[in-house]
Design a binder for this molecule. Structure first.
Ligand code: PLP
Ligand code: COI
Length: 355
């Protein structure tokens, strides 16, 4: 399929890349493509960024049948632009599609279309330290219909947003609240899909955490509320003694690509790396006995985010004395060095964009 390109008549002014926040500025163009049962995925086009007109009965607005992805394009010191493991994002998009009954897409075509879009928007990839172009592929159900069933028609689109740090704290420790009252997802549900409902389900607990001065919620499993799952927008790692532990993929947490990359680096460096069940009690006990060295989160938006404080019930613990731990620092540096092309990519994770 050939991608049609319709350029915008007027371009927006580029933002100052030294003061970017997260997710508020959008580029001049977007990628769009439609699905119908007769034509399959069709009409791929890059066109001016614009609102989507929809019938108030459009199914996505009522039943949340939608999936999305999050990845980034990085500007290297040489001025080139590169993507980090984009194929994994499109694979995960298709996994989310299967769980949400949305027709799958050709991952190779999507990667090619994304590269074309970024080439059109190359001036929007910021160059200031630790900034990037955040990429949001999204699929929404488009039938105007009020009955509950899978939609017959869909829109796929990609929008781009130049970003800085996700958390206002930047690469500094965040404070995390462990919630026992609320759950995000359960095994057998759609927890491992990147679908809006999971984020909607997180808002009540997230808002309560914010009111108490915490950045995000650490979710426990939906059945026993005992085992650790993940944080609002990132997977989670614990360093206990000489073991690095992250919860095993159990169906209710996202298969994080940063998570997978941290695990691969840890194994490359011959660390003791475990993907296993870990309970909140194990973490609190390890802290009590002085064995809990570090906690950090991993995500595309959050990169590596050290946790400096954890609150569970009426217990509040300081982790790594509230500072950035050495392990979090090491993973942050290794990942960002590869992403920004400061170090050679020996893992085969980088995909160049021809500009
Ligand atoms: N968990 C949740 C709920 C997320 O939203 C994200 C962000 O994408 C992650 C984990 C981390 O996944 P990744 O490393 O692929 O960005
Ligand atoms: C990401 O890290 O890409 C995310 O999707 C997190 C959040 C912005 C939802």
């Amino acid at each position: 399929m050939k991608v049609e390109v319709i350029k915008a008549d007027r371009l927006k002014p580029l933002p100052d890349s030294s003061s970017l926040g997260f997710g508020t500025i959008f580029t001049d163009h977007m990628f769009n493509m439609d699905y119908s049962p007769e034509k399959g995925w069709h009409n791929p086009r890059i066109e001016p960024y614009a609102p989507i007109m929809m019938d108030p009965a459009t199914m996505v607005l009522h039943y949340g049948q939608a999936v999305f992805e999050g990845l980034k394009a990085y500007r290297t010191k040489k001025g080139s632009i590169q993507l980090f493991r984009p194929g994994e994002n499109f694979k995960r998009l298709n996994r989310s599609c299967r769980l949400l009954c949305i027709p799958e897409l050709d991952e190779y075509f999507l990667l090619d279309a994304l590269k074309q879009l970024i080439a059109v928007e190359k001036n929007w990839v910021p160059a200031a330290p630790e900034t990037s172009l955040y990429i949001r592929p999204t699929i929404i159900a488009m039938d105007p219909f009020l009955g509950v069933r899978a939609s017959n028609t869909y829109r796929f689109y990609i929008i781009l947003s130049p970003v800085g740090a996700y958390y206002a704290a930047g690469f500094n420790p965040v404070k995390i609240l462990v919630t026992k009252e609320h759950v995000r997802a359960v095994r057998g549900g759609v927890g491992e899909a990147k679908t809006p409902g999971n984020y909607a389900a997180s808002l009540y607990a997230g808002t309560s955490a914010h009111k108490l001065g915490y950045t995000q919620v650490l979710w426990l499993d939906g059945i026993e509320q005992k085992y650790i799952e993940e944080v609002g927008a990132m997977n989670i790692f614990f360093v206990i003694d000489d073991e690095i532990i992250t919860p095993v993929l159990n169906g209710s947490i996202l298969h994080g690509i940063t998570r997978d990359s941290v695990i691969a680096l840890a194994r490359e460096w011959k660390y003791k790396m475990s993907e296993r069940r870990i309970s909140i009690d194990e973490v609190m006990d390890a802290h009590k006995s002085g064995k809990l060295k570090e906690i950090f989160g991993s995500g595309t938006a959050a990169v590596i985010s050290p946790v400096g404080e954890l609150k569970y019930g009426d217990k509040v613990i300081a982790v790594s004395d509230g500072k950035v731990g050495p392990m979090a620092g090491k993973f942050f540096k290794a990942l960002t060095d590869i992403q920004y092309g400061r170090e050679k990519d020996t893992m085969g994770w980088i995909e160049e964009v021809n500009i």
